[in-house]
Write a protein that binds this ligand. Sequence first.
Ligand SMILES: [Cu+2]
Length: 355
Amino acid sequence: MKQITPFLYAVFAISITSEAMAHDGSHPDTVAPPVRAASHAPIGVMGDHMHKTGEWMVSYRYMQGGMEGLREGNDGRDPVQALQTGGNNYQILPTSMTMKMHMWGAMYAPTDTVTLTLMGAYLDKEMSHTTYAGMAGSAIGGEFTTHSRGWGDLKVGALTHLWKEGEHALHANMTLSIPTGSITEQDTVLMPNGQQASRRMPYGMQLGSGTWDPTIGATYNGRSDAWSWGAQYLATLRPGRNDEGYNLGNRHAVTAWSAYSFEPGLSLSARLAAHTQQQISGADRQIAGPVPTADPRNYGGEQADVFLGANIAGQSGLLRNHRLGVEVGLPVYRNLNGLQLERDWSVTIGYQYSF
Ligand SMILES: [Cu+2]
């Protein structure tokens, strides 16, 4: 929580400034009211809101997630246990991973009932490992870190109005993920025999899914005075296999949130999110080695996280219709397939501007 404290001070400073500017009479009353801080879902939610005819929105989100330590099912595993997991004789173990994403988005509403969406992401992944030497593999042979960087899959989509009554609204989410991200990234690894070798990195270090993945779902939004709330369900369905012979598996995700506006330009939010992700089916023959990340069965599982967030929305002058949001997530439940690095935290900081 240390990271968000300075941000909250900035939130208050900017919102007080925007509040002061709101009373300077600089814009006529005939203009549509500015977007309220709580009128969008917390910044970590995608496709949560629609736009009015002719309206555009551009957005940038920075997301960082941290993983450290190994887990099998619900239970943590130390290296000695992990090396023997499932009768394997692993000789390399991942120890931590950092994932950074720069997400660029655009939204445009040709009509009030349809909003088109486009999102691209630049990914930066880093995974640290320990290599164990010898047959039983308890002597540490060394450590190494692999990196992958580049553009991920491009997502095009549409949000379609389904139902609205008073302050309750429901829309459908549809996106298609186009496999623009590389799935053949390589880096240098330290082998148990002490030699360095260039190898295709494991599934989790690749930049795309390699398959054309439709996501369908629905989003509900509600609002009354200072409170807003909502819920979303998204299913990502991955048919077929990619060029390297696998598919990342289907994913179902639900989330629900609530936000409270202290004033029109400032809101704080709480959110619960849960997902289930299948194992990888098929396999890439070039991803191999005595390391858990090379086994397709060590992917997917169930996880639930809680998020706390803050949003500010400029109400007038130059800040009008600019929004900033931050959200920090921590896990409350993790049941992972096989043996995997566990995700411990995530933070998303985002900017949105509509015009
Ligand atoms: Cu938007």
